[in-house]
Design a protein around this ligand. Structure first.
Ligand code: CTP
Ligand code: MG
Length: 389
């Protein structure tokens, strides 16, 4: 099997009109990655030597970006699937070619391998499953004929062929539009060979297909980003510490170049991280005299300006502070209000938790305080052209 070179053509040049997502359905997110990415991942196996993806001119940039890590060739498609496949076949260099709809991301490696194997033994391999519903011919609202379900199959992709055969067939299919490749092969070359497809290998066609299969896929829109930050400061001589802008008298202070607000520092790092920016040390270096004893809340306000300039707003803030002492519970409401004031985030989307370390580690021994922050940012609509919000 391995002495024959195998190519895959992934059809992605459609408009996805029936899905009604206002863009090519293959670019829609599923579990955080575009549909097309999931399909390409399935073909990223050593048995496949080259992958060719068809793209419309309109989606070229986005499809190129998705394809880049997979090292695919990209070919401009045509107005019908038949035209797109025809153009892709012009650049296929493998002996065997599998043609697959980008809209079928659930295909398995087993099916792909069975398809390749069957082409070597039978010259073609068309995945299909038996119809489970009764299929009838309807005409003007009445049933005219019932078809024998035992002989009815629902044809899927991948469909595998010897490249020379299918290339020759498509060359002859001038101007005709076929719904799949087996129809072209069947008309010009030979009877296509059926193999068992998979019921899970559905084609995402209508909006309902997306909603049914991926109820969660749209819950985190493209424009949402999470970020994590952490910081530690050791105790030193002093009278009070500052946490989330709140001064808390405790007979010591936190040693730092700035005011040592460990919670705000963790939060700033989380915000910058979610926006894909460099860390706090880059924007506010502790070697800069300007930041000696700086009020960290002012630096937080500056950080919020920086992420806003990148087009982000804060969806929520979750902070956790670990301190053996002082006890922080009675200060938490004020901390949250300070954060609301300096970030603009709604009070109900700011959470601050505090706990001890049960006497363990540097926090438990009372040597310092550490803080962790987690944030979710949302991209402003005008920065996403209103897409997918
Ligand atoms: N396709 C293609 N070139 C075209 C039309 C379709 O490469 N001119 C691809 C689609 O991107 C899809 C596959 O062929 O992965 C199967 O087509 P279909 O499910 O019909 O997708 P769309 O044509 O995009 O959807 P619709 O018909 O609803 O507009
Ligand atoms: Mg179509």
């Amino acid at each position: 099997m391995k002495n024959k070179k195998v190519s895959a053509v992934i059809c992605a040049a459609g408009k996805g009109e029936r899905a009604g997502l206002n863009k090519n359905k293959l670019l829609a997110p599923l579990y955080g990655a575009p549909v097309l990415w999931h399909t390409l991942k399935k073909f990223d196996i050593e048995e496949i030597d080259e992958v060719i993806v068809t793209s419309s001119k309109f989606d070229l940039e986005e499809i190129s970006a998705i394809c880049a890590p997979f090292h695919c060739k990209i070919v401009l498609g045509g107005t019908t699937r038949t035209e797109s496949v025809k153009k892709a076949l012009e650049v296929v260099t493998g002996d065997i070619v599998l043609i697959h709809d980008g809209a079928r991301p659930f295909v398995t490696k087993e099916l792909i391998l069975n398809c390749i194997k069957t082409v070597t033994t039978h010259g073609s391999a068309i995945c299909a499953v038996q119809a489970t519903d009764t299929v009838v011919h309807g005409h003007y609202g009445t049933i005219c004929e019932r078809l024998n379900r035992e002989n009815l199959y629902l044809v899927q992709t991948p469909q595998g062929f010897m490249t020379d055969d299918i290339h020759h067939a498509y060359t002859q299919a001038d101007g005709e539009a076929f719904t799949d490749d087996s129809a072209v092969y069947g008309k010009y070359i030979n009877k296509p060979h059926l193999i068992d497809g998979e019921r899970t290998n559905i084609k995402l066609t209508y909006k309902e297909d997306f909603e049914r299969v991926f109820p969660y896929s749209r819950s985190l829109p493209d424009g949402c980003r999470t970020g994590f930050g952490a910081d530690v400061h050791a105790f030193g001589k002093g009278e009070f510490i500052t946490l989330c802008g709140e001064k808390i008298a405790c007979g010591k202070s936190l040693i730092a170049h700035s005011d040592g607000d460990v919670a705000v520092h963790a939060l700033m790092d989380a915000l910058l991280s979610a926006a894909g920016l460099k860390d706090i040390g880059h924007y506010f270096p502790d070697t800069d005299e300007k930041y000696r004893n700086a009020d960290s809340v002012k630096l937080l306000e500056r950080t919020v300006e920086i992420i806003k300039a990148e087009g982000f707003e804060i969806a929520n803030i979750s902070l956790s502070i670990q301190a053996e002492q002082p006890r922080l519970a009675s200060h938490i409401e004020n901390m949250k209000k300070n954060l609301r004031h300096s970030t603009g985030a709604a009070l109900e989307s700011i959470a601050v938790a505090a706990g001890t370390c049960e006497g363990l580690g540097f926090v438990g021994e009372g040597l310092g305080i550490c803080a962790y922050a987690n944030v979710l940012l949302r991209k402003f609509k005008e920065f996403t052209n209103g897409k997918d919000q």
